[in-house]
Design a protein. Structure first.
Length: 417
């Protein structure tokens, strides 16, 4: 029996629906998203296929029982075109009965895939769905698929700016300083370094190998241990020239006239890294899992997605999280550990301030500033990360949230079982 809050029904309603459980989650290491990165020679279909293969192998999964393979991928062109979800499943040697679909909700794609899987299972129409994501940013450059988000005419018509400008606007509105961002970034690097040294990613991490089975990449290669606030302070703001010389700062004034001058505080060192990576998550009903001899690790309590102002596009995690908490009948204080994607340092900092959460519970193993942000895969990776962290710290409730291009936010709340 699940209690669901619905404004349309004027309160809570009791109804019988299946619960969606997470049985396992795996991910690849994140490789630097450039030609010199370790994963540049690995096709994205192979990157994803290896995560799918690892998920099925370690769970002895009968892939003929998988109702769908739902994969997030943002730049769906070139090596990542033509429904990579279906062809990666075939490449992984999965049963022909396992179909596939590829979706794009920008940076939220990987988590959207998990949320869609949970909704499919909770609807009762599906019993077992594998979700995840993939992005090879070294081989398929961000933006190479074109589209309206890169069309200056559309940006002016709908009122939108590049994400870096939005991040600086978010910081300015929230009184978040350059020092705040650099301090948070250095902390992300230190937490990631500590997590790697302690082996906290080992439960989910699946090394990438070549066709001969030889290791290509066995650990995340983007972190820069030893990063300090002092070294970060030497970097120039990345979006200041763009904002002030090309009129983009002025565009924001139409929507936020109270901002006299945007403080440009973000740079490469306190923003997410460009990387390659893939992830896969097994979602099913409790009954389906039992029939396959599997034990659930967590239950999906609620999911949410929202639209926000496309100029202040990176504020989405706050309303998305509030919506997910409301759906679950929970408060922010009920969440033990948070994963708030570090697209830019101001995003988790604004989230901490607005929802009044303990900074010590947010991104306890570092985040995308240190580890990188493989667009379509990140959300699924973060879900696995928070699940592992809950088990490591013997905590119960975790939440994942990401800001999204175009002005959106997404969130998922899960509870250990």
């Amino acid at each position: 029996m699940l209690s669901i809050y619905s404004p349309a029904l004027d309160g809570r309603q009791e109804c019988t629906v299946p619960d969606a459980y997470v049985f396992d989650a795996v991910r690849s290491p994140r490789g630097r998203g450039k030609k010199s990165g370790s994963l540049y020679a690995t096709r994205p279909i192979d990157l994803l296929a290896q995560s799918l293969r690892a998920l099925s192998s370690r769970n002895e999964l009968d892939t003929s029982l998988v109702d769908d393979v739902v994969i997030g991928c943002v730049t769906q062109t070139g090596d990542q075109g033509a429904c990579i979800a279906r062809f990666a499943a075939l490449e992984a040697g999965w049963d022909l009965d396992a179909p596939g679909v590829t979706l794009n909700r920008f940076c939220g794609s990987g988590l959207q895939a998990v949320n869609d899987a949970a909704a499919m299972v909770a609807s009762g129409f599906y019993d077992c769905v594998v979700a995840g994501g993939v992005e090879s940013m070294s081989r398929v450059a961000m933006g190479s698929d074109g589209g309206a988000i890169f069309d200056p005419s559309t940006l002016w018509n709908v009122g939108s700016v590049p994400q870096g400008i939005s991040a600086d606007l978010l910081a300015t509105l929230g009184g978040i300083t350059r020092e705040d961002c650099d301090t948070f970034a250095a902390q992300s690097q230190q937490r990631a370094a500590d997590a790697i040294e302690a082996g906290r990613f080992s439960r989910s991490l699946v090394p990438v190998t070549d066709r001969l089975g030889l290791p290509v990449l066995e650990a995340d290669e983007h972190p820069r241990p030893g990063t300090t606030v002092e070294t970060l302070s030497e970097l120039g703001a990345s979006f200041e020239t763009m904002g002030r010389q090309f009129g983009l700062d002025a565009l924001t004034k139409e929507r936020y006239p109270q901002v006299e001058r945007i403080q440009h505080v973000h740079h490469a060192g306190n923003s997410s890294g460009i990387v390659d990576g893939a992830a896969a998550v097994l979602v099913a009903t409790e009954e389906a899992g039992k029939s396959m001899g599997l034990t659930p690790r967590a239950k999906i309590r609620s999911v949410a997605v929202v639209g926000t102002d496309p100029i202040l596009m990176l504020s989405g995690p706050m309303p998305a999280t509030r919506k997910a908490l409301r759906k679950a009948g929970m408060q922010a204080s009920d969440v033990d550990l948070w994963e708030v994607n570090e697209a830019f340092a101001a995003v988790p900092l604004a989230f901490i301030n607005e929802l009044e959460v303990d900074p010590g519970t947010v991104n306890v193993n570092g985040g995308a500033i240190a580890l990188g942000h493989p667009l379509g895969a990140t959300g699924a990776m973060l879900l696995g990360t928070v699940l592992d962290a809950l088990e490591d710290h013997d905590k119960q409730v975790g939440a994942v949230t990401l800001c999204i291009g175009g002005g959106m936010g997404i969130a998922t709340i899960l509870e250990r079982v």
